[in-house]
Design a protein around this ligand. Structure first.
Ligand SMILES: Cc1cc2nc3c(=O)[nH]c(=O)nc-3n(C[C@H](O)[C@H](O)[C@H](O)COP(=O)(O)OP(=O)(O)OC[C@H]3O[C@@H](n4cnc5c(N)ncnc54)[C@H](O)[C@@H]3O)c2cc1C
Length: 401
């Protein structure tokens, strides 16, 4: 069987599933995406695309859309929760472009999804298809959906998010774990906060039991904010749950006035509980594999969950393009990806502790360490993140002749 003949079914039309579909389609595979929702949507505000992911998307020819919709922050600025003192600064653009061949972008999720979806034939996205089950028959995989549809494909890819039905089918049901953290999220029209004179960058305020992040999206017209607090009074994971502005303000009581100004300038605030899972020892069984949050959900404290899902798609495509046995290609894919995403899952968890330290000796030691590194070579600088940003997920050895 040639690689061009392989039929690939991707379950889930989120950022991970769709970017994998674009990569696989461009490599000549016959790809179909099955999405449970009646339309392709991403709610939930902004997202950071590090240069590692932006480069993958650029290679897929998506630059015009990214350039049109994305914002290029000049740098990151970490500040202290109460007095706003600078703890660490690091440059992002244009340095990332020069160092890694792609910018760091901040973008609205819906805009990003639309940019990616534009690279894939819409007639091959099957909406309203909620996976109900699948069976690996050895030479092919059969899958069926709650709407009664049945398909057969050569490879099935579960890109169906943290509650993945494909993961459950492969490895059994297991509830994700509540992180004891909730996010207050909102979008503020930029003209309402002009007086703050915000730099074109990403600011992150760290304090006891929480941190607050804001950056521009939607061509600079909106400021996206996410305020994290350790709180176990809310454990619903639904992007559409709303909190009152008063509740969000109360969650950040005593924090810097800039944070209060930003929250108060929003019309609506959403509340969302954070979940994750332990790293999986494997992702693939036979001709079925997983991708993105389906196999490696992570706290968003490295800003890399979607970026790693996008890398997964590039690596999966490169492995399948070697034209060998599909099951072997899927093993190769997971071996390439597992160590890197496991490291990021662990770093993201560690950042929860690092960012949320109560004021005291440990926090002072952390601040002193950041201050020592605050000469352009801090742990968030493009140079220190070379291992993360320079990685090429499609670098797979060529097939033996
Ligand atoms: C507050 C917050 C901020 C974040 N910030 C960043 C950031 O700055 N940078 C970054 O890279 N990442 C970030 N992330 C992480 C990122 O959002 C996720 O890692 C990413 O969206 C995962 O994409 P995915 O395609 O794997 O899964 P999802 O986005 O969950 O997509 C899964 C898709 O599968 C569909 N689906 C589910 N079940 C079925 C089924 N049975 N049948 C058919 N379809 C199904 C769903 O409807 C959905 O469309 C953040 C996350 C949060 C919560």
């Amino acid at each position: 069987m040639t690689s061009a003949a392989l039929r690939i079914g991707v379950i889930g039309g989120g950022l991970g599933g769709l970017s994998a579909a674009v990569a696989l389609h461009q490599a000549g595979f016959a790809v179909d995406v099955y999405e449970q929702a009646p339309e392709l949507t991403q709610i939930g505000g902004g997202i950071n695309m590090g240069p590692n992911a932006a480069r993958v998307l650029r290679r897929l020819g998506l630059s015009p859309g990214l350039d049109r919709e994305g914002v290029r922050p000049l740098g990151t600025h970490q500040r202290r929760w109460q007095d706003g003192r600078t703890l660490q600064r690091a440059a992002l653009n244009p340095q990332c472009e020069a160092l890694y061949g792609a910018p760091h972008i901040t973008i609205h999720r819906a805009d990003l999804l639309a940019v990616i979806a534009a690279g894939f034939p819409s007639e091959r996205v099957h909406l309203g298809h909620r996976l109900a089950g699948f069976a690996d028959k050895g030479e092919r995989v059969e899958a069926w959906f709650e709407n009664g549809a049945r398909i057969a494909c050569d490879v099935l890819v579960g890109a169906d998010g943290i509650h993945s039905a494909v993961r459950a089918g492969l490895f059994g049901e297991e509830d994700p774990r509540f992180a004891g953290c909730v996010a207050y999220r909102g979008l503020v029209p930029t003209e309402r906060i002009v007086d703050l004179g915000l730099e074109l960058g990403s600011q992150s305020w760290v304090g006891p039991g929480g941190h607050f992040v804001h950056y521009f999206v939607s061509r600079g017209q909106l400021l996206n904010f996410v305020g994290w607090t350790e709180d176990d009074t809310w454990n619903r994971e639904d992007w559409t749950d709303r909190a009152t502005i008063a509740r969000a303000l109360a969650a950040f009581e005593g924090w810097h006035p800039q944070i209060h100004r930003i929250i108060a300038a929003a019309d609506t605030c959403f509340i969302w509980a954070l979940f994750d899972r332990d790293p999986l020892p494997r992702w693939s069984v036979g001709r079925v594999t997983l991708l993105g949050d389906a196999c490696h959900p992570m706290y968003p404290f490295m800003g890399q969950g979607a970026a790693q899902a996008i890398e997964d798609g590039a690596a999966l495509t490169a492995c399948l393009a070697r034209k060998g046995d599909p099951a072997t290609a899927l093993q190769h894919y997971e071996q390439l990806r597992l160590p890197r995403v496991t490291r990021l899952q662990e770093l993201s968890r560690a950042n929860k502790t690092r960012f949320h330290m109560p004021d005291g000796p440990a926090q002072q030691a952390r601040d002193a360490e950041w201050a020592r590194m605050n000469n352009g070579a801090g742990d968030r600088s493009p140079d220190a993140l070379r291992w993360l940003y320079a990685h090429d997920p499609s670098a797979v050895e060529p097939a033996p002749v």
